[in-house]
Design a protein around this ligand. Structure first.
Ligand code: NAD
Length: 266
């Protein structure tokens, strides 16, 4: 394709299968010339991720559970062996919360234990990855994470994940400010709902897809290729002047308040 990512090496974290947002991003970056390494959470997912990695020419499929810092450090050590301690970009597409708490009212559903776990995995892990990746980056390096509009507006059943995404978005701004003087950019994509494993953990997820398709200005949900295209922009030199940004890829859903008065009249 364009060769926009030619000469750039990056780590993709968060592929579970070929429906994963991280996979949509990875295949776009590979098509534009990027050299990729992948992490997977545990052996079972490794069996899915390794062949996907191979399909885009990567033999680096490395185990990494972000709850276990030793496993994060081991993953970076493995990467150093392969790439000599240098990396150009990271995609962090990791989120988790107990399914039982992504259901019903936030005030009733949320426990201290799962609140903490959700924050560590879904928000703070991005900072821990940034701490390690930035040391290996030169000016021009870029970090990208994945958030969702439930951070700023209430979505039914999204609950504690909304709070974690708010923390993640704030960390994008703090990290962007910290790493800007080194020429490293930090941004987030905020896609509309996509049918993935993580997405299916939210009660009534199908209603979120249907609501976006009915009410977003483009009157549809977004595709993995569209999310990949936005990631390509934010990770390539095309967006060289952009950092600390939360970029929506949601068919415009975030801009509307009362989208369809026609439905009420019918
Ligand atoms: P997915 O299930 O395909 O990916 C989630 C990934 O997180 C999986 O690969 C899983 O292994 C990984 N993960 C969870 N806990 C982990 C841990 N402890 N260590 C390492 N990895 C761990 O789902 P997805 O929808 O592609 O999710 C990717 C990101 O996109 C998440 O941050 C999610 O919140 C965000 N997002 C999703 C949607 C959506 O509608 N699906 C919309 C906006 C943002």
């Amino acid at each position: 394709m364009t060769g926009l990512m030619k000469g750039k090496r990056g780590l993709i974290m968060g592929v579970a299968n070929d429906h994963s947002i991280a996979w949509g991003i990875a295949r776009t970056l590979a098509a534009h010339g990027a050299e990729l390494a992948f992490t997977h959470q545990g052996e079972a997912l490794g069996r899915r991720v390794t062949p996907l990695a191979q399909s885009v020419g990567s033999d680096l499929s490395i185990p990494c559970d972000v709850e276990d810092l030793a496993s994060v450090d081991a993953a970076f050590a493995r990467l150093d062996e392969a790439w000599g301690g240098k990396i150009d970009f990271v995609v962090h597409a990791i989120g988790f919360s107990a399914k039982a708490e992504l259901k019903g009212r936030y005030i009733d559903a949320t426990t201290r234990e799962n609140f903490t776990r959700t924050m560590v995995i879904s928000a703070f892990s991005f900072t821990e990855i940034a701490q390690r990746a930035a040391k290996r980056m030169s000016p021009g390096g870029a970090l990208l994470t994945l958030t969702y509009g439930g951070s700023t507006r209430v979505m039914p059943n999204y609950n504690v994940m909304g709070l974690a995404k708010a923390a993640l978005e704030a960390s994008v701004r703090y990290l962007a400010n910290d790493l800007g003087p080194d020429g490293i950019r930090v941004n987030a994509l905020s896609p509309g709902p996509v049918r993935t494993l993580a997405g299916a953990g939210i009660a009534d997820a199908r209603l979120m897809y249907a609501h976006q398709a009915a009410n977003a200005p483009l009157r549809r949900t977004v595709t993995l290729d569209e999310i990949g295209g936005s990631a390509l922009y934010l990770l390539s030199d095309l967006s060289g002047g952009v950092t600390g940004e939360i970029h929506h890829v949601d068919s415009g859903y975030n801009i509307v308040s009362m989208p369809r008065p026609d439905i009420l009249k019918a």
